[in-house]
Design a protein around this ligand. Sequence first.
Ligand SMILES: C[S@@+](CC[C@H](N)C(=O)[O-])C[C@H]1O[C@@H](n2cnc3c(N)ncnc32)[C@H](O)[C@@H]1O
Length: 208
Amino acid sequence: MNQNEDRSALDWEARFRNNDTPWERPGVHPAARNWLESGTLAPGHSVIIPGCGRCPEVAAFARAGLNVTAADLSGTAIAWQKAKLQKEDLSCEYLEGDILGSGDRRWQPDEPADRVYDQTFLCAIHPRLRERYADALANLWLKPGGQLLALFMQKNERGGPPFGCPLDAMRELFSDRLWIWPDPGNIEAWPHPSLNGKPELSAVLTRR
Ligand SMILES: C[S@@+](CC[C@H](N)C(=O)[O-])C[C@H]1O[C@@H](n2cnc3c(N)ncnc32)[C@H](O)[C@@H]1O
């Protein structure tokens, strides 16, 4: 397997240690800001952030009164999140490890959550893990009526990460049988400021 296509825990850890993190945005994602303003993310909601890295949404959501579970393979990223939240006396559940483990190592929350926020996580995992992720989202992580707040990375080049998440592939992965998709007019494009302006499509998918 090409190392670029299957990043191990050590690779991600090294990226954080070396501050080699071009996927990071300078602030809270504008789509996340909209979701906070519109009440799609509201105080009291439980929200899981898989592959949180050092994203500022962990603190922003905790500050807004949500019950956040922040998960990442990288100990450095989790330590960074802990230090940041401690400074503001914000609480959060942390999971350091593989959130996509299988068999005995399969992770599930104590209670299914109201929301899952995916920012550059789906596009960071190898596509062969996508089915496992979609299955965990639908059957373990989200309650019925819960929502996946997705930012689907669009790219034309082959390989990754980031791995492209074109809408036709996403519609197959998150099928109509299990998910209610938004109207196409409610899917917005957000160019990424540092990944060559690659657009991310924001979409709120509701678990039936
Ligand atoms: C491209 S980074 C995105 C980080 C963050 N969401 C952001 O937007 O700044 C992908 C993150 O997913 C984490 N990750 C990858 N595979 C994972 C897994 N199986 N379980 C938990 N975290 C994982 C990596 O350590 C990394 O922090």
